[in-house]
Design a protein around this ligand. Structure first.
Ligand SMILES: Cc1ncc(COP(=O)(O)O)c(C=O)c1O
Length: 488
């Protein structure tokens, strides 16, 4: 009989699985270390138990104590499992961007979970880091695991993940691709593997909105790199002690959209139900594919399970709302061929946000703006020969707002261009003038939409919007802005 005394000894020894379809364009052999097989369904079980046992050994964690941690979910799960078996209480702080499933699952394990705002500085008293630190001071016989700076985190991967990968590949591994959050997984695993083979390459996967890549490449901690993002589990707005930059050869950034799309694709191509950071790692691996030669072995780590994301990346509405869904779409040709299709359009007088909603809903990035004769002339009492500037919505009175669409009052396209703001007023631009400056004054996503709506009240402005606000449709993925708008 081979029986485990309790669930803790089932942690680790996860399978290594060859990827076949999703990697068809990669010359090298790609193997996935599938960490969903751990009892908490993530790789973080390894380090959670190691942190608890090291703290027990040196007396930081005492019998009957309370474990406190700021966790996006997976570390909490490992800690909660350890706490149940070893008789501790758990209080976790997490952020409001984490999937609902993660919070519910932590509560299912009997943990107390406090949800904190995402978009505040780590030093802000409301941040999940600060709240967990305050709780440690207020709770008797408590211990904060502090996965970011606790060396037991990376050590767990040095002792288990690294040796497993080496053994499972028979020492043939040439590249390791890993999503980076606290840095424990990549640093501990890389340390072990590089000791075995110093030529092995370590590729860290980062996200837009995180500081790692720029820090690695320039040595600069750039606050402008920090802004909200959707990808879960990886990327940081500070540098945890567990990130050992010297062991990482390169950081590759992956967009929220690609991370989400590849999370779904892994499941559909390979039948492996994994979470969002696996999608990010897979997308990053494909971005890097030219570095992986025929005959080489690439190992990618799949950190956690897809069940945590059924309300997000695996939910079509959630994906569609963010413009992430790739769907087969009928073409204008199909419409002309008389196929039974309805043309998605918007009336010129309808609000621009309605147009944007309609495009998101149908996952399209253009739609015709319909302007009937009545709308164009009759409503405004204008004719092609006589325009009443106080009423005409095509050509607003000078200085009160630029339309920017290039639609002149007579319905033809003019080449005004270059509407701009001066001393709080909109000045219609001169022919051929660039309109780019307008963009710098807007934050991405919601704020940008509100501004767009305010300044270009109706769908007539759409041609201008596509040129100057391309990511209104695709949700927040902002570039750094010089105007100092606070992002978090
Ligand atoms: C789903 C997921 N992926 C990746 C990571 C990053 O791992 P690490 O913190 O070891 O860098 C985490 C960390 O919490 C995670 O939860």
């Amino acid at each position: 009989m081979k029986i485990h005394d309790n669930i803790l000894s089932t942690i680790g020894n996860t399978p290594m699985v060859r990827l076949n379809r999703i990697t068809k364009d990669v010359a090298a052999t790609v193997l996935a270390k599938v960490e969903t097989f751990n009892p908490g369904n993530s790789i973080k079980d390894r380090m959670a138990i190691k942190m608890i046992e090291d703290a027990e050994k040196d007396g930081r964690l005492k019998p009957g104590g309370t474990i406190i941690e700021g966790t996006s979910g997976n570390t909490g799960m490992g800690l909660a499992i350890g706490a149940i078996i070893k008789g501790y209480k758990c209080i976790f702080t997490t952020t409001d961007k984490q999937s609902r499933e993660k919070v519910d699952i932590l509560r299912a394990f009997g943990a107390e979970v406090i949800v904190c705002p995402t978009n505040v500085d780590p030093e802000d008293p409301r941040s999940y880091y600060s709240v967990s630190s305050r709780l440690v001071n207020e709770t008797p016989n408590s211990w904060k695991a502090n996965q970011y700076d606790n060396p037991s985190n990376a050590q767990a991967h040095y002792e288990s993940t690294g040796p497993e990968i080496w053994d499972q590949t028979g020492g043939k591994v040439d590249h390791l691709v890993v999503g980076v959050g606290t840095g424990g997984t990549i640093s501990g695993t890389a340390k072990y593997l590089k000791e075995k083979n110093p030529n092995l390459k370590i590729w860290g996967i980062d996200t837009y909105g995180s500081v790692f890549k720029k820090l690695k490449e320039t040595g600069i901690f750039d606050k402008n790199e920090i802004y909200p993002y959707i990808t879960e589990g990886i990327g940081e707005d500070f540098v945890p002690a567990n990130v050992d930059m010297d062991l990482i050869d390169h950081f590759e950034k992956v967009t929220d959209r690609d991370a989400a799309i590849f999370t779904r694709k892994i499941v559909r191509d390979e039948g492996i139900f994994v979470g969002n950071s696996a999608g990010s790692a897979m997308a990053g691996l494909l971005q890097l594919k030219d570095n992986f030669k025929k005959g080489e072995v690439v190992v990618v780590i799949f950190h956690d399970h897809g069940t945590r994301y059924v309300g997000k990346m695996f939910n079509d509405d959630w994906m569609r709302e963010r413009g992430f869904l790739v769907e087969e779409k009928p073409t204008a040709g199909d419409l002309l061929k008389g196929k039974d299709l309805t043309l998605v359009s918007v009336e010129a007088d309808e609000p621009v946000l309605l147009a944007i909603d309609r495009m998101r809903k149908h996952n399209i990035d253009q739609l015709p703006v319909m302007e009937s004769w009545q709308t164009r002339w009759h409503d405004h009492r204008c004719t092609p020969l006589r325009c009443d500037p106080r009423r005409c919505r095509s050509a607003p009175p000078k200085g009160t707002g630029g339309h920017g669409s290039g639609v002149a009052c007579d319905g033809t396209r003019s080449n005004t261009g270059g509407d701009r703001e001066e001393a709080g007023q909109w000045i219609p631009g001169r022919a051929g003038e660039d309109e780019g400056g307008v963009r710098d004054h807007h934050e991405a996503g919601y704020h940008r939409e509100v501004e767009v709506e305010k300044r270009h009240g109706n769908a007539r402005a759409l041609p201008f919007l596509w040129d100057h606000y391309p990511d209104v449709l695709h949700g927040p993925q902002p570039a750094p802005l010089p105007c100092g708008v606070a992002r978090r």
